[in-house]
Write a protein that binds this ligand. Structure first.
Ligand code: CMX
Length: 136
């Protein structure tokens, strides 16, 4: 069992990163502590810390990227939920063995230097789930 320690972040797909940042800063008084482009995922991300959990805003840099396709199909909204786990490689092997459809069979580097992997929404009641491990 994965037994996540907490929800590491909630990913929210947005059309315009700067507009969305302004909303969280002005309405919630949160501080955007980092903007980072993840070229491999074709997104620009912005982060806010809320307790142990982060809000990760995602703006697509390419209409054919995962977030671009998501926004075209569903519009802005919650894109994925990320659970913090330990030993991500072992968790993926267990998940695959249990018949869960994976997007990533081995972890890769995501935003903030975390090791990340996605489970396919077809296996998770329609929610894109990320598991991640902070090795730092
Ligand atoms: N949440 C729920 N369902 C989703 C989804 C999401 N975020 N993204 C796609 N889907 C669903 C689609 O609605 C579609 O469902 P139906 O077949 O019922 O219509 C199905 O998954 C396939 O979607 P698609 O538009 O045809 O797109 P692809 O198959 O090309 O890709 C997915 C889907 C999930 C495999 C791809 O988006 C992916 O690999 N995602 C993981 C990577 C990612 O999202 N990176 C951005 C985050 C960056 C970061 O945090 O670092």
């Amino acid at each position: 069992m994965m037994k996540p320690s907490h929800i590491e972040h909630i990913g929210i797909a947005v059309i315009n990163l700067e507009n969305a940042i302004e909303f969280y800063e002005k309405v919630f008084g949160l501080v955007c502590y980092k903007i980072e482009e993840v070229a491999e995922q074709k997104v620009r991300t912005a982060f806010f810390q809320v307790g142990e959990t982060k809000i990760e805003l995602l703006e697509s840099t390419d209409p054919d990227g995962p977030v671009g396709k998501f926004i075209e199909k569903k519009g802005e909204g919650i894109h994925h939920i990320a659970f913090a786990v330990e030993n991500i490689k072992m968790q993926l092997a267990h998940a695959e063995h249990s018949g869960i459809k994976l997007i990533d069979y081995t972890p890769r580097k995501g935003a903030e230097g975390l090791d990340i992997a996605f489970l396919h929404p077809k296996s998770t009641s329609g929610v894109l789930i990320e598991i991640c491990e902070n090795k730092k």
